[in-house]
Design a protein around this ligand. Sequence first.
Ligand code: NAD
Ligand code: 0WE
Length: 261
Amino acid sequence: MLKNKKILITGIANKYSIALGIAKAMKNQGAELAIAYQNERLLKNVQSLADELETNVLIECDVSSDESIKESKQTLIDEWGTFDGFVHSIGFAPSDQLVGNFVDVTTREGFKIAHDISSYSFTALAKEYKDILNPNSALLTLTYLGSVQTMPNYNVMGLAKASLEANTRFLAASLGKDNIRVNAISAGPIKTLAASGVKNFRKMLSQHAERAPLGRTVTQEEVGNTAAFLCSDLASGITGEITYVDAGFNISAMPLGEHSE
Ligand code: NAD
Ligand code: 0WE
């Protein structure tokens, strides 16, 4: 599905990262990969994962810095010249923003950082890489239901994901003329590093399984397979879309339960 496609994967922190599930699925479909990592601190972890993915193209990119993004572009030019798309699997808000009552805990600075790292960075990467992306390229980002429905503690990340989803549509409109598609996957909750500090996350997973039509949560592999499809030419007619990979949770207002017909 992805033979002859060169794709940059951002957002791998460790073996639990959704981005690693995506990288593995894309590799299985024949893609050639480059791995971007946030900083030196993560490099050791990411190096061994890159070995498994059989790539030696490792690129430092901290999306909070325009300079770092610029440098990553130069590395891409040196390694590949041009390429066929990237996966944006990055989200962050200061931890104090993600616990407590939304109106009380949200600060100007917390709001700014959440939107900068979790939404603007998608625009920033598209802007920087645009002229080295081949026609038929595909960009992909990861979002969450908190963009359109409320829940405890997700707070300002919900606003940032709403922005990211609008970003997906505006980038799709903007890059359509260059034949670059832009899509998002809204994943169900998965136990990753970004979820590890979250209060009652285990309870969220069990409630998800209870309400979801498929009666379970989803895996990094399932998100990865959908990502591979969306970035392949099989999805050539799809752009600006939010695809839910959540075992159907978002369509269900109430679980049918074990005893209903
Ligand atoms: P993760 O912690 O493995 O990945 C988050 C990544 O963001 C890390 O690799 C981290 O290095 C990167 N990052 C943070 N700040 C950065 C910066 N300044 N520059 C570059 N990279 C930076 O967790 P994950 O759950 O795999 O998250 C990946 C994406 O999936 C996020 O956008 C998250 O919001 C989204 N998502 C997660 C879930 C879930 O339940 N885990 C559900 C839906 C969507
Ligand atoms: O998007 C996410 C994770 C977002 C996230 C997580 C952290 C924890 C560590 C962003 N920034 C930080 N900053 C930190 O310092 N998810 C969809 C997973 C997630 O996070 C939640 C959830 C779910 C689901 C937070 C509260 C409630 C539910």
